[in-house]
Design a protein around this ligand. Structure first.
Ligand code: HEC
Length: 185
């Protein structure tokens, strides 16, 4: 009796198994799971009214950790920053840590062009890879203009707003002004 049952199962199994053909796709019970549509990032999509998948942030939204900067990227904006933009570090009595950070960041982001002394004689300038790098001594700059130039860049110098955050920009500005006062001594 048991033998008969086992035999029946074996037969059933053989029957099902023999239907499988490895050279062809087997039954697909939910075909869209086997053949999912591969969407590419930023590809076209009709899910949104503007027809692209990646959406811009809502107007007026501010990225986390990012402070809006209201001085426009114009000559007037530059002059306004010079006159009105004040470093929050000015009100701090112990600047030791900030100047230390500023020096370190300057070494990473600025010295290749401006030189560690700020005389415009960095490695890229020496190798003539980059021209027109000024000495800080020859520019009428202050904390405000440095911050402004870090935000927007200036002519051949690119913006550094993406590399350093708000506090770091002020720390760097502090260091640049120190270098400048050493240069004009
Ligand atoms: C790729 C080279 C390069 C790098 C890197 C660079 N700069 Fe400059 N920078 C320049 C050049 C070129 C100018 C001259 C721009 C002009 O006035 O035409 C300049 C100008 C300046 C000025 C004078 C702007 C003015 O108001 O006249 C300041 C201040 C300054 N850079 C600070 C920095 C600081 C701080 C960093 C690092 C965070 C930095 N730069 C990184 C190339 C560079």
């Amino acid at each position: 009796m048991i033998n008969k049952i086992i035999l029946k199962y074996l037969l059933c199994f053989a029957l099902i198994y023999s239907c499988q053909d490895n050279s062809k796709p087997n039954y697909q019970y939910m075909p869209n799971m086997y053949e999912a549509i591969g969407y590419d990032t930023y590809s076209e999509s009709d899910a949104f009214s503007n027809g692209i998948e990646a959406q811009l942030p809502v107007e007026g939204s501010i990225a986390r950790g990012w402070q809006p900067y209201d001085f426009p990227n114009t000559n007037e904006g530059y002059e306004l920053a010079k006159a009105e933009l004040v470093s929050p570090l000015d009100s701090i009595s112990d600047l030791t840590q900030h100047t230390k950070n500023g020096k370190e960041l300057y070494g990473i982001y600025c010295a290749v062009c401006h030189g560690s002394k700020g005389d415009g004689n960095g490695a890229l300038s020496q190798r003539e890879k980059f021209l027109g790098i000024p000495s800080y001594a020859d520019r009428d700059i202050n904390d405000g203009t440095i911050y402004h130039v870090l935000m927007y860049g200036k002519n051949a110098m690119g913006s550094h707003a993406g590399q350093v955050n708000e506090l770091e920009r002020w720390q760097i500005a502090e260091h640049v002004m120190e270098l400048r006062s050493d240069l004009i001594k």
